[in-house]
Design a protein around this ligand. Structure first.
Ligand code: PMP
Length: 465
């Protein structure tokens, strides 16, 4: 029997938790940590015996669901056989070579090589260094600036955290790093002028990007990094025409495109990669999360031919590629990724995300679109979000003090559904495992609906509605 109190106490005294108000946690004001003990399919259990539908697949990562023994066995096999060796100075393993061959065949753009890390953040850190390296080697030493988007999320290390376009990732931590710039969010609902079509809005966002490049000096701009579908910034699919317009600008000024596929990659949007869905042709591609479905940490910076060919050509002059982690290409992670991609292919999870996703969006719209506090229901594949507002007509937001999004998320959790309250407004986000059934979609939508109604009733009682 698990002693929950002892675990909670040890944790409280010794773990520095990400995204937790430290004082409220230390004082017990926000209660004990949830001790998660198991997971099966789309559900997790806690130490008190409660079961939750994980409507967020951990952090958008457990695409194949929990408890897949095929992956556990692949991990164990590799651990018994060879738990570790490095990939420096041209060492490899069979699992790593197999995985890399698969990734180079399946990734969008014109992939040439894969560099491995352990997290989305470090992979984007690598992407920045590759942009700088490439431009130095090809004789453009001033082309160093990297542009990302307000509300884009790319990680929380020094450069990836700077790319992340959310001020609370920067405040008190001396970010953003100089040379990392931000352009406007492609969210039509909030950003468009009255009557502006999605196409016109996309053109305006592309024109703003062009203005920024011209203002900074095109000879100083190295790359643009973006998620095909904006994730943590609000689960926002791009407005119509957005990627065509943006890529036109990037081509005009010889600016590289880095597609951050950390969430979108491996089926989440209903296509193998978000880039494919939106006709993006990236020069560099970042993958993590779905690559191993979170079973072990692994990320990849996939380098396109254009960048790689310059690197190889310069090698006699500059020497070895001097970048690498102890755990780059870890054999256990590679074995896990191969087992996950086997499942991804065998169970056609992209197709599944598309068809089950279509059902999901239909249900979400049917139940939520007419509710008086719902401003927008949006998403693609198995990514979805509901944005709550105090007034649908004027799009007036709720008083942030009311914490409407967080309350709905909490009410859903109390009913056994994990759906995430997202920053920048009152947003309930969904990113369930891709293996869920239509009946499970109905269960999620129903639980979210009942949680929303409960909070609406509470708000009415508090005269906040
Ligand atoms: N890029 C994107 C698009 C992400 O969603 C995330 C994580 N949510 C990251 C990068 C960073 O990944 P990690 O947390 O593994 O560093």
């Amino acid at each position: 029997m698990i002693d929950i109190k002892t675990i909670a106490e040890k944790d409280r005294l010794s773990v520095l938790h990400p995204f937790t108000q430290l004082r409220e946690f230390a004082s017990g004001k926000i209660g004990d940590p949830t001790v998660v003990t198991g997971g099966q399919g789309i559900r997790i259990q806690d130490a008190e015996g409660r079961s939750y539908i994980d409507g967020f697949a951990g952090l958008y990562c457990v695409n194949i669901g929990y408890g897949r023994t095929e992956v556990a066995e692949a991990i164990a096999r590799q651990a018994y056989n060879l738990a570790y060796y490095h990939t420096y100075a041209a060492h490899t393993t069979e699992e790593l070579a197999t995985l890399s061959d698969r990734l180079v065949r399946m990734a969008p753009g014109k992939p040439s090589k894969v560099f491995y890390g352990m997290s989305g953040s470090d992979a984007n850190e690598t992407q920045a260094k590759l942009v700088w390296y490439y431009n130095n080697l090809r004789g453009h030493p001033k082309r160093k600036k990297i542009i990302s988007r307000e509300r884009g999320y790319h990680g929380c290390s020094v450069i990836s955290g700077s790319m992340t376009g959310m001020s609370f990732y920067h405040d008190h931590m001396d970010l953003p790093f100089p040379g990392i710039l931000h352009t406007g969010t492609p969210h039509h609902y909030w950003g468009a002028e009255p009557g502006e079509t999605e196409e016109a809005f996309s053109r305006r966002r592309a024109a703003e990007l062009e203005e920024l490049i011209v203002r900074e000096g095109p000879e100083t701009v190295g790359a643009f990094i973006a998620e095909p579908v904006l994730g943590t910034g609000g689960i926002t699919p791009p407005p119509a025409g957005y990627w065509r317009e943006i890529q036109d600008v990037l081509k005009r000024y010889d600016v590289l495109l880095i597609a951050d596929e950390v969430i979108c990659g491996f089926g989440r949007t209903g296509a193998d990669f978000g880039s494919t869905l939106y006709g993006m042709e990236p020069d560099l591609v970042t993958v993590a999360k779905g690559l191993t479905s979170g079973y072990v940490p692994l990320s990849g910076a996939i380098v396109g031919e254009k960048v790689y060919s310059v690197m190889e050509e310069a090698a006699d002059r500059v020497g070895a590629f001097s970048h690498g982690y102890t755990y780059s290409g870890h054999p256990i992670a590679a074995a896990a990724a191969n087992a996950v991609i086997d499942i991804f292919e065998k169970e056609r999870l992209s197709d599944r995300a598309r068809t089950v996703g279509a059902h999901f969006h239909k249900q979400l719209k049917q139940k939520f679109a007419q509710l008086e506090i719902v401003g927008e229901v949006r998403g693609v594949g198995l990514l979805g979000a509901i944005e709550f507002v105090a007034d649908r007509q004027t799009k007036r937001r709720f008083d942030p003090e009311l914490k409407v999004g967080a309350r709905i998320s909490k009410a859903a959790r109390d009913r056994g559904l994990i759906a995430r309250a997202m920053p920048h407004g009152d947003i309930l986000g969904f990113a369930p495992p891709l293996v869920l059934s239509e009946a499970e979609v109905d269960e999620i939508v129903d639980l979210a609906y009942r949680a929303t109604k409960q909070v609406m009733d509470e708000l009415a009682r508090e005269h906040a509605l």
